[in-house]
Write a protein that binds this ligand. Sequence first.
Ligand code: SAH
Ligand code: SF4
Length: 434
Amino acid sequence: MNQSDSERIRSVIEGMGFEMTEIEEDASLIGVVACSVRQKAIDKVYSKIQKWNQWKNEKPLITFVSGCILPADEVKFIKLFDLVFRMNELLELPDMLHQSGVASEFSTRHPLNDIEREDERTDFWQVEPTYSSDFEAFVPIQNGCDKFCSYCAVPFTRGREVSRASADILAEVERLIENDVKAITLLGQNVNSYGLDKKGEELSFAALLRAVGEIGSKSGKELWVYFTSPHPRDMTRDVIEAIADYKCLAKQIHLPVQSGDEKLLRRMNRNYSIEDYLKIVDDIRELLPTATIFTDIIVGFSGETDEQLERSAELMEQVKFNMAYVAKYSPRAGARASRWEDDITPQQKSERLAKLSEVLKRTSLAHNEAMVGKTFRVLVERADKRMEGALASRTEGKLPVRVLDASNDLVGTFQDVEITSASALSLAGKLAGA
Ligand code: SAH
Ligand code: SF4
């Protein structure tokens, strides 16, 4: 989401006449799109602004921050940054920069002037993003969250759920496909509650997926469409059926479970049982037999016992996730759980994280080893940073594959790769027929 927001901020700034520099020290205008999900990411924002404010002693510099910001941090950021704005204030950014004085030499005329203002919560999505890649794109479909999981900052930083107009989403998807984009990710904090805020007026999430699937099939082009993050509560069977019906809807599901313990799930206010979650996994295995399943898990949540952690490990053994993003619980001001004791020590959190990582490595290794000797379609993403002459790619299920002895010309293309070796969280192979 932050990358997607940055792509729109960049368009607005460049529309004023600014030019992008890759060298941080050269910038006259610099900003950060913050994430408040965990304290660690916010600490990075504080260290960046300290550095930038020191640079101000040597040269003129305008600083800004946007993205996910908790009210308590916003108060501090207003003192540290020249500009603090919410993403839905993006259309006002040129005016704000002018008012700050430093950007007065830049044009006030701006492509934004042509945008018709309809809904201040969603108008910013009309800004045409400056995509960071010409073969992979993020398309926001909703913003905010109404679920109020007890640990989570999102409802307080991004506000209530709002869905983007499906006509605009489909138009963006169509343009991307025309431009030969190979992978598209539909984005939102709670993507599969898409349309629920505009019931009767908007498509459901399953219907939106089908509409995207139709555009993809009609184009006749090869394409993988993903979405993230869904909530198990809204992961209805019709969503999984839609994915099964369209080749271009990628067979990869990210389904955050957060914990394998019923009582903890209730304390987290997740509103599903382990049985509900496993039923969705069964539906996925039945309707999408080739799909990989990823998850998010929190360890060290307030009051989590060793037994409760053990249940998360057991659930992981049972589902055999291909990937699990395991996070140490980080109290967030405003979220209900921030009033409960953060009673699991940092060391315990690290041990618990290591324990779940071990389970993940074991199940993912068994899955990956069974791929050796078979050929898989991959999308080549870039030159491999750690190995000369190799490429980094991913399967439709988003498993990373190192393609050995292949030329950089293949970046941004689909290829068939024969898997020659497997490790816990990655694979390696050679171009089929090579
Ligand atoms: N909407 C998604 C998650 C969005 S936040 C869902 O419902 O699952 C992304 C991930 O960050 C979450 O899945 C969770 O695992 C993690 N996370 C959120 N708040 C956290 C916190 N306070 N401490 C640690 N991890 C957290
Ligand atoms: Fe946060 Fe996801 Fe829960 Fe919403 S559904 S409160 S984004 S964890």
